[in-house]
Design a protein around this ligand. Structure first.
Ligand code: HGY
Ligand code: MN
Ligand code: MN
Length: 411
């Protein structure tokens, strides 16, 4: 039997079409969770799902599912293919969207080929994977997996003062299904690597075995506003300087030799934020990640200890709020092996690897066997409009997904 092929032009065309939805006045792609731009992206996805003849379901946290059920297996647990279509600020067009649209493409290809799977196959677009507007990230899949009560998630206050539940109502995606209504038999996520490894090693496919731990915190430093010209340096309680010390502390620790920890301060604001006023307040975020849970805890403890010393030395007060905390995850080894075999059977080079980024798969792994397929990112760039992957690699990744899903759905 000749192996099936996806419709490459349909997949690549939809990726470009979805990538045009949610551009701001400056042309940047900004499709933040539960925003008007997110609604427009969701509407396009739902139209494609309906056009494929699938059942559409939306749960209370706004997760969107397209489900292919045939009469004789309608109540069996589905093979689920998922990711997200919300984006960061000034995003690329592949992060998340590639996995969702490839999942839909796989279902349409199997349907068109007259395939009769032994169980339903579903594609999922999880709400608020990026966590830029509402923390934590991977929120929709975390709720789906039972890791966060839906009421608590819906009450989340956004960085813009909005409430997630009200925004989902406003955009028409406050669904009726109870989160977790569809527990997968197995879960697969196809995603761009968002790092430099596959491209640097000339490998086409990543069979993702593990995913590193994530720690998100928001730090608020209170000092004292004073005159920039008249206040002697020794009399200052400068929240801005204290914040800068933390940034340097984190970077120096993460750059130590053989330290796999990565540290990022992505957001920072000063008050009153005036050129001639010593900042009275600094608010910033800390994103710490490490593949090893004990080392991640040690880095969090080192930061806590440093903040205590800094508060005394700079005569400031420092408060820390936890925004997200997820331990490292190991994916299902049989599914990782299936991905390797499927890639090799298609004549593709493949390597086992870890994920530096967080993904919905790490949440669904709590309730079902889960694994991920990576394809290379040009220059390792992501969370950046220059994010790109060669079309041939995008098609290859979707083809491996097709073969693995076909095998899992035959069980
Ligand atoms: O933060 C992450 O790793 C993901 O992009 N949400
Ligand atoms: Mn992603
Ligand atoms: Mn992302």
């Amino acid at each position: 039997m000749t192996p099936l092929s996806i419709d490459a032009e349909r997949l690549l065309g939809r990726l470009r079409d979805l990538g045009r939805i949610g551009r701001d006045g400056g042309g940047r792609l900004v499709r933040l969770a539960a925003s008007d731009a997110d609604r427009a992206g969701r509407d396009a996805l739902v139209a494609w799902i309906r056009g494929a003849g699938l059942e559409v379901a939306v749960d209370r946290i706004g997760n969107v599912f397209g489900i292919w059920r045939t009469a004789d297996h309608r109540d069996r647990a589905p093979v689920m293919i998922g990711s997200h279509i919300d984006t960061v600020i000034d995003a690329g067009i592949l992060d998340g969207c590639y996995g969702v649209l490839a999942g839909l493409e796989v279902i349409e290809t199997l349907k068109a080929a007259g395939s009769i799977p032994a169980r339903p196959i579903a594609v999922a677009a999880f709400t608020n994977e990026e966590g830029v507007r509402y923390a934590p990230d991977m929120m929709g899949s975390l709720v789906h997996a039972g890791g966060l009560p839906v009421e608590e998630a819906l009450a989340t206050l956004g960085t813009d003062g909005t409430v997630l539940g009200a925004e989902l109502e406003r955009i028409g995606y406050a669904g009726s299904e109870e989160p977790g209504f569809l527990t997968p038999h197995a879960y697969l996520e196809l995603h761009i690597e968002q790092g430099p490894v596959l491209e640097r090693e000339g490998v086409s496919v990543g069979a993702v075995e593990t995913l590193q731990g994530i720690s998100w915190q928001r730090v608020t430093i209170e000092g004292e506003a004073n005159h920039a010209g008249t206040t002697p340096m020794a009399m200052r309680r400068d929240a801005g300087h204290a914040a800068a010390c933390v940034v340097t502390f984190l970077r120096d620790r993460a750059r130590r030799p053989n330290a796999p920890t990565v540290a990022t301060v992505g957001c920072m604001s000063f008050e009153p934020n005036a050129i001639n006023v010593i900042p009275s307040r600094a608010i910033f975020t800390v994103d710490l990640r490490d593949p090893d849970e004990q080392r991640l805890r040690a880095e969090e403890a080192a930061l806590a200890g440093y903040l205590t010393e800094l508060a005394a030395a700079e005569e400031v007060t420092i408060a820390v709020e936890r925004l997200a905390r997820f331990e490292p995850v190991t994916f299902d080894r049989r599914m990782v092996a299936l991905i390797e075999t499927a890639a090799r059977d298609r004549g593709l080079s493949v390597k086992r690897m870890t994920s530096g980024a967080g993904h919905d798969a790490q949440m669904i792994a709590r309730i079902a066997p889960a694994a991920m397929i990576f394809v290379p990112s040009i220059g390792g760039i992501s969370h950046n409009p220059r994010e790109q992957t060669p079309d041939a690699d995008l098609v290859a990744g979707a083809t491996v997904l097709l073969d693995v899903v076909a095998r899992l759905a035959a069980q």
